[in-house]
Design a protein around this ligand. Structure first.
Ligand code: UDX
Length: 459
């Protein structure tokens, strides 16, 4: 019925084809965007790889079309080099996407519908060439924040100018003109092969000027100046419509089964007492780190919910690694699961802190629920996010010296019992309110979303 009403308003016929990058932290924002656009009357088609293919049952209103790979052996994310993984992903799905989009265009023309609009994840950069060849408008969805992308660009420039200090990723020196980042925060240093990374940064930069527009799962109250700067640099319309998970509650787009028993466990805990621990879907930690986290949590004496997914620890099944005496020590005070319904966890009244790797989705989900963070960034944009969390929004603390049990214990105690933690919680609560205002009528994300809808209709 809703779509019929939309059709009357002339909105119903426009098809949007979404091309997500097949990683959890990228599938979530793309399918959330799909849910939002569907609620605005658009028809949604998802062109997805067979590797990490989304659960189609959770989105009965979308059409899912698989993309075939020219070389499925490279369709895994266990490559040593993330950039090589991305390059294979883009190369191997290009022909199939071309075929699929050609078919969609023919169908739409037969039915006298307008041309579809393509929205693709920034990391699926080859989509744009295909869209251009078919004269289809294309829009980029960024799964990270504008500040992190600007920092990557700045890093590439500094490299070009030979202005990177010799200590590289260890340098505490402030990056000129890039407050509040130190060279150490420009996480790109840790990539194994910078020779492949720099061309990727260049691609991301160029796409900024050749697509029709950009969408950010971000908002003015978090990074207004970075969003404005990005807009100025790329000169195509930018729409910041976050936090998307709060605009149109989407069905789960989890690639793994969520263990809901942890919600029953949370129900039994006291308000604001639980530390939720998760390092997202791709970051890997070492066996030694597992032990440090375990003892840091045990010694803090706080209840905790820990996501220890299989495959998240280098070379072993993570849960088997937990020391027996640790399990005896914590007993019912700890709940360990392989995958949690994260949004529900963060919204739970028992959760008082999030020990996180600072992926952008986790960051924005935590901020939206007013949960302060303990930050342990691992790679990519995570250090940039972490620095903003701890030094700009001041709603978290960063573990500067790696994963050490004493430091973890100290950070948890600071968050839960000390005055500094209390102030941090207050700031997190204030920031939550600001994010709520962004999506309310006349808020920046609310307005930006309406502009995006109009923009897509005008293409
Ligand atoms: C990746 C990158 O690592 C990150 O830096 C980038 O900003 C986005 O893409 P990932 O590492 O998986 O993402 O982290 P994050 O961005 O936090 O996304 C993880 C998603 O999985 C979140 O939406 C979170 O809600 C969900 N999740 C995580 C669960 O649903 N259950 C869990 O147990 C853990």
């Amino acid at each position: 019925k809703r779509n019929r009403e939309m059709e009357k308003q002339g909105l119903g016929c426009r098809r949007v084809v979404l091309v997500p990058c097949p990683l959890q932290g990228h599938i979530n924002p793309m399918l959330r965007l799909g849910t939002i656009l569907h609620s605005k009357g658009f028809s949604i088609t998802v062109a997805h790889t067979q590797f990490n293919s989304p659960n189609t049952c959770n989105h009965p209103d979308f059409v899912f079309l698989p993309l075939l790979s020219d070389d499925s052996s490279s369709e895994r994310n266990d490559s040593d080099d993330f950039v090589v993984f991305l390059s294979n992903l883009n190369l191997n799905h290009k022909a199939s996407l071309q075929k699929l989009l050609t078919q969609i265009v023919e169908q739409e023309q037969e039915q006298h519908e307008g041309l579809p609009c393509i929205i693709y994840d920034a990391l699926m950069y080859s989509v744009e060439e295909v869209a251009h060849s078919l004269k289809l408008p294309s829009i980029i969805l960024h799964s990270s924040c504008a500040t992190s992308l600007l920092s990557f660009f700045a890093y590439a420039q500094l490299r070009e100018e030979g202005r990177i200090p010799s200590q590289g990723s260890k340098s505490m020196e402030l990056v000129p003109g890039l407050h509040p980042f130190r060279f150490k925060d420009l996480a790109v240093f840790d990539f194994k092969n910078e020779d492949t990374l720099l061309p990727l940064i260049a691609i991301l930069r160029n796409k900024g000027t050749s697509s029709s527009a950009m969408i950010w799962n971000s908002m003015d109250c978090l990074e207004k100046s970075s969003l404005a700067e990005f807009q100025q640099q790329c000169q195509v319309p930018n729409f910041s419509i976050g936090p998307m998970q709060k605009i149109a509650p989407a069905s789960s787009s989890s690639l793994w089964e969520e263990d809901h028993s942890c919600i029953t466990w949370l129900d039994k805990q006291t308000e604001n007492s639980v530390i939720y621990v998760s390092f997202g879907s791709i970051a890997m930690i070492d066996e030694k780190d597992v032990a440090e986290i375990a003892w840091g949590l045990a010694n803090s004496k706080q209840p905790f919910l820990w996501v220890l997914s299989s495959g998240s620890v280098n070379g072993s099944d993570s849960i088997d690694l937990l020391p027996d005496d640790f399990k005896e020590t914590v007993g019912e005070r700890g709940c360990i699961v392989k995958w949690a319904p994260q949004e529900q966890v963060l919204a739970h009244h028992a959760v008082g802190g999030f020990f996180t790797h600072c992926g952008w989705n986790s960051t924005i989900e935590s901020i939206s629920e007013g949960v302060p963070m303990i930050c342990r960034p691992i790679f990519g944009d995570q250090r940039i996010n972490s620095r903003y969390i701890s030094h700009v929004w001041r709603v978290g603390i960063e573990l500067e010296n790696g994963l050490e049990r004493e430091e973890i214990e100290k950070a948890i105690k600071m968050l839960v019992v000390e005055k500094e933690g209390e102030e941090m919680k207050q700031r997190a609560a204030n920031l939550k309110l600001k994010t709520q205002l962004c999506i309310q009528k006349n808020g920046s994300s609310y307005d930006s979303l309406n502009e995006l809808v109009e923009f897509i209709m005008s293409l």
